[in-house]
Design a protein around this ligand. Structure first.
Ligand SMILES: Nc1ncnc2c1ncn2[C@@H]1O[C@H](COP(=O)(O)OP(=O)(O)OP(=O)(O)O)[C@@H](O)[C@H]1O
Length: 398
């Protein structure tokens, strides 16, 4: 099927250095026993993007991924890595361009973390010093302290730390592509969420083309630039950005798969629209309290936002505290409930709940833009479900 996708939420600024596009053209895999692993796949994994393959067990996700690095040979069709047909490439050269991370990591148990991470550079014949320096750099990059963890064996690390070491090993020869097969499924949900966030930050830094397999739609929505939802027999039912998928599932299969709570899930991938913001009365630090009282009374409001001379957020002032003489600055309180403009609606909602606040301020840097209230959040959510809201810059922020 044709799986031409709409633009991703992280607009690609040209082809990132060190990443390559992967194109599957009419790719099918029929196993010797006649089982159809995947059929007639036309998919493009854009350079520098993280594409998630998601779908129920046995739908062909792993088959698709393993054909890219030739662990499985396609029965028909072509797979291009950049301009090269992978079925014609030298397998050793090919794997140098492709890092591979699997469930339970697959670290060699009798080798230290340092030796594990240096595996591919050693195979490529790098000199010892270069390998040592690269390993140190990678361990730091994935958040492992070389002095603490470098000489340990895999069983002496936590599941999350092993996973990080697995990612470091996959990145060792600076591949253009990372294939990740359920890499976070063996750790508990809290560690998993942390690994996902760390991984998104890492991807911001390295900008690889990533193909990521999971059967968990929550994970797909959280980390994917684009998602391919697959069904039994290796068919792509929909190939779209997370927001598009949640807002407009193309058929019942996808709607069922993304879940009845897709509206709520969409909160995490929907950004704040400045048009949603309400603008309460604004007073300034240096204003007199008498003026502030007058402003509140005129607006019929019980509180005002307090800005400093540079129009940056200072705090807020309630009518109760705006009594007597003195300046607004002396009576204002700190604003706890605020989010940056890039935050998702989910983060805004969570911040509001966390501070038991009736509203949450939205800032662009230090600059005050307005507030979200339960009412404005509700209308933003409605628009979000209808697919008319802006997407966040990345799920990492939400
Ligand atoms: N070596 C094989 N011989 C025959 N059939 C196979 C072989 N490997 C996989 N299959 C079949 O191909 C189909 C796709 O399998 P694949 O492992 O790609 O699915 P998956 O989506 O990754 O599943 P899971 O989420 O359970 O890992 C399944 O029906 C599976 O049974």
């Amino acid at each position: 099927m044709d799986a031409t996708a709409p633009p991703a939420r992280r607009p690609a600024s040209g082809t990132p250095a060190g990443a390559e596009t992967i194109r599957l053209e009419g790719v099918s895999k029929v196993y010797p026993d006649g089982t159809v692993g995947v059929q007639e796949l036309d998919l493009t994994f854009a350079a520098g993007e993280l594409t998630v393959l998601v779908g129920p067990s046995g739908c062909g996700k792993t088959t698709t991924m393993k054909m890219i690095n030739r662990i499985i040979e396609p029965t028909t069709g072509r797979i291009l890595l950049g301009e090269d047909d992978v079925t014609r490439a030298d397998p050793v050269q090919l794997r140098r361009r492709i890092g591979y991370v699997i469930q339970n990591v697959g670290l060699f148990p009798h080798q230290t973390i340092r030796v594990n991470v240096g595996t591919v550079p050693r195979l490529l014949g790098w000199d010892k010093r270069r390998i040592r320096e690269r390993v140190e750099e990678l361990l730091v990059l994935v958040g492992l302290d070389p002095a603490v963890h470098g000489d340990r064996y895999p069983h002496q690390l936590s599941g999350g730390q092993r996973q990080r070491a697995g990612v470091a090993r996959a990145l060792a020869a600076d591949p253009t592509v990372l294939l990740m097969d359920e890499p976070f499924s063996a750790v508990d949900p809290i560690v998993r969420e942390r690994l996902q966030s760390e991984f998104l930050r890492l991807q911001e830094a390295v900008g690889k083309t990533i193909v990521f397999v999971t059967h968990d739609i929550e994970e797909a929505v959280r980390i994917g630039d684009r998602i391919a939802v697959m069904s039994e027999g290796g068919r792509v039912e929909q190939f779209a950005t997370p927001a598009e998928l949640l807002g407009h599932p193309v058929n019942e299969f996808v709607a069922d798969f993304v879940g009845a709570d897709r509206g709520l899930k969409r909160l995490a991938v929907t950004g704040i629209d400045p048009l949603d913001l309400e603008r309460p009365p604004v007073v300034h630090v240096a204003d007199g309290l008498a003026d502030a009282r007058a402003a509140l009374q005129t607006a019929g409001a019980r509180w005002a936002v307090v800005l400093d001379d540079a129009e940056n957020l200072h705090g807020w002032l309630s009518l109760d505290r705006a009594q007597g003489a003195g300046t607004v600055g002396s009576a204002a309180r700190r604003m706890e409930a605020w989010v940056p403009r890039e935050a998702s609606l989910k983060t805004a909602f969570a911040t509001m709940l966390q501070h038991e606040a009736g509203w949450v301020a939205v800032l662009d840097g230090d600059h005050f833009l307005g507030v979200l209230t339960p009412e404005s959040l509700h209308s933003a959510l409605r628009r979000s479900v209808e697919g008319r809201a802006p997407e966040t810059a990345g799920a990492a922020s939400g």
